[in-house]
Design a binder for this molecule. Structure first.
Ligand code: UDX
Ligand code: ADP
Length: 480
């Protein structure tokens, strides 16, 4: 029986290993983590992450050929294939601060592997890492190998949160990079055989190590670039009276462009896009490619601009002051169907409004009060460390209350900001909300999910990203 051990039971490691276990009954999969609460949660009925379909898959396999454990060393020792899916935060100090990836957790995992194993292993990079990380890891392993042969593979994960299980069951492609030596090719084949149990052969792409590592950064950069492109257009639409949804639809009909990922929004979030682009920018700078670095940096700049623009719309619409006013925030997760708040645009929007002294009442169906308070007090990039190593803040933001109902959040509020496209926000009783709000009542839709005409009929002043402006907003400045 092939034994797989995955180091890191997070958003990537957990679901990926669960699907491998589901599809490969003859493979034993153990997911290990240094975090005891995380592993306890994986072994309970309350999984540590919310992902549609995940619970079902875990229930089918857990205890059969899927196990979660904190005994990291024992399972690494026993495994044939070791996946590494640990945190890779952006560095906050020293060389490359604010851009380069911090490989502390990766390096300590590699050193631990070298320490405990007694037989040849295949080590698979699963977390997104800077190009050439495999080389660094290879060096750590071979310099400490005691004669053991390590093959390093890069097998980046392309799943998106909220659709992780579907993405894993029917991936567009599986990418495996390895050394171009006979041993490297043999290792690629071993991993290919695992995926081939449910992924059609023509969807399994094999490359060299660097191509696989760079492809992951490139794919995320291209996706984020699409969003920044449509968001840049949204500002122009507001200035000219065009409707960004109509523009996206027309542009997306070109089969060379395609319709997906063209929804204007308050900005992209998530653990990957910004981090990976910063990483790409850093790699370009290190290679003297200043123009290329600046090109990709713009994708992030537009994203920041979009979040600022949104805050400015809110403040300028409300007579240039939100001081002491209650504003309801509907949605805090970085997208729907996830409880994940990493790099969510809601953090910057809330901080912007708090900077103007607003009082916030936040409702998200999946995000806890503790998480929201933590996000609003944590420093940039601190989120991407194992939970027990994150700085804990003794203070909470007093002007923020977190409630468990959209009606409660909006009661007596002056304005409502929709920051996540949860389906339930589409079907709220907006008449009831309007009746219980201060007047004039504003809705700022950062996801373009409400029926603008209907809301205006009720009496709301509505701002929708990239849509023809409400007469109320026409002469108000939107740019900082
Ligand atoms: C992304 C990639 O899609 C995935 O392949 C990679 O493995 C990890 O990073 P994820 O961050 O989970 O996945 O979510 P994604 O669906 O890509 O959304 C990212 C952000 O972009 C979200 O904040 C989402 O709301 C935003 N978005 C997406 C838009 O604003 N408009 C769109 O049209 C699409
Ligand atoms: P991702 O979104 O890439 O899956 P997460 O932050 O959700 O990232 O998960 C990374 C996991 O890796 C965390 O649960 C963390 O506790 C774990 N981890 C970090 N370093 C180690 C290590 N050396 N050994 C075992 N687990 C680790």
């Amino acid at each position: 029986m092939v034994k797989i051990c995955c180091i890191g039971a997070g958003y990537v490691g957990g679901p990926t290993m669960a699907v491998i276990a589901l599809k490969c009954p003859s493979v034993e999969v153990v997911v290990v983590d240094i975090s005891v609460p995380r592993i306890t949660a994986w072994n309970s009925d309350q999984l540590p992450i919310y992902e549609p379909g995940l619970e079902d898959v875990v229930k089918q396999c857990r205890g059969r050929n899927l196990f979660f454990s904190t005994d990291v060393e024992q399972h690494v020792f026993e495994a044939d294939i070791i996946f590494v899916s640990v945190n890779t935060p952006t560095k906050t100090r020293g060389l490359g601060a604010g851009k380069a990836a911090d490989l502390t957790y990766w390096e300590s995992a590699a050193r631990m592997i070298a320490d405990v194993v007694k037989s040849d292993k295949i080590v698979v990079e699963k977390s997104t890492v800077p190009v050439k990380t495999a080389e660094a890891i290879e060096k750590i392993l071979t310099h400490n190998s005691k004669g053991i042969n390590f093959q390093i593979l890069s097998n980046p994960e392309f799943l998106a949160e909220g659709t992780a299980i579907q993405d894993l069951l029917k991936p567009d492609r599986v990418l495996i990079g390895g050394r171009e030596t006979p041993e490297g090719q043999k290792a690629i084949q071993v991993l290919k055989d695992v995926y081939a149990q449910w992924v059609p052969e023509d969807r399994i792409i094999t490359t060299n190590l660097w191509s696989a590592e760079l492809s992951k950064l490139a794919a995320n950069a291209f996706l984020a670039q699409r969003i920044s492109s449509v968001n840049a257009m949204s500002a122009l639409c507001e200035a000219t009276g065009a409707d960004v949804s109509q523009v996206s639809h027309a542009v997306g009909k070109d089969t060379r462009i395609g319709p997906k990922f063209l929804n204007a929004s308050v900005g992209f979030g998530g653990s990957c896009f910004q981090k990976d682009i910063l990483n790409l920018v850093y790699i370009c700078e290190c290679n003297g490619l200043t123009e290329v670095a600046n090109y990709w940096k713009q994708v992030i700049d537009i994203n920041d601009y979009q979040k600022n623009r949104f805050v400015n719309r809110v403040v300028s619409s409300m007579f240039n002051t939100v001081s002491g006013k209650k504003i309801a925030i509907l949605g805090f997760a970085f997208k729907k169907d996830t409880g994940d708040t990493r790099e969510t645009p809601a953090i910057d929007v809330c901080k912007g409004l708090l900077g103007d002294k607003a009082r916030l009442s936040i409702y998200d169906p999946q995000v806890s009060e503790d998480q929201i308070q933590r996000d609003l007090t944590m420093k940039k990039f601190d989120w991407d460390h194992p939970l027990h190593l994150q700085p804990t803040s003794p203070t909470s933001v007093k002007q923020v209350s977190v409630v468990w109902d959209a009606y409660e959040a909006t009661k007596d509020a002056h304005g409502v900001c929709i920051l996540t496209e949860w389906d339930e926000f589409k079907t709220l009783d907006y008449q009831r909300i309007y009746n219980n709000m201060q007047k004039p009542a504003f809705v700022f839709d950062g996801r373009n999910i409400v029926n603008v005409d209907k809301l205006r009929e009720i009496g709301f002043i509505v701002y929708s990203i990239g849509k023809p402006l409400d007469p109320w907003l026409k002469d108000m400045p939107a740019v900082a």
